[in-house]
Design a protein around this ligand. Sequence first.
Ligand code: ZN
Length: 195
Amino acid sequence: MEIVLYPHPALRRVARPVAEVTDSVRKVAAEMIRLMDEHNGLGLAANQVALPIRLFVLSAQVDPWGEGKPRVFINPEILQRSGQEVREEGCLSLPGLYAELSRPARVVVRALNEAGEPFELEVGELPARVIQHEWDHLRGILFIDRLMPAVLRSLLPGLRELERLHRQRQRSGELPPDPEIERMLQEAELAYAGA
Ligand code: ZN
């Protein structure tokens, strides 16, 4: 498992619901937590490891329960949003790119934990920001999609460079060509989300 970078097609995929919280789903979540921590991320969505399924993890640094534990959100839904707040965002799939972005300040989120048990909670501050960022990933949305045109323009050189590197990796065989990536994404969907 590794983190895929923009413009990998997995990042534009609308993730499918997890059919059942099995040991293999728990294994995926544990591996994602390890990868997230290794890269000092605050959150990581399954799309970012080329698994288009509705699952994300939150770092212990933003544990909404304040117990300093990493958390797993399976089949999450944001039920309510309130307020508005500007914060700087970055993304492990867009290394080196950061921008200030306005989003709702608080959200009510519902999901299943790694035991398959449902929970619902209201979150504010940084955890609310990370949850919204990760939830976007599951719908194929990146934070750059939400920027004002002038802010996005300032990131364009960095985005062009990531696009160039992606094509270069495909040419060198380090990354498979698009049809092969598509086949791998479909396989992942079948494995975890069912037909
Ligand atoms: Zn991200």
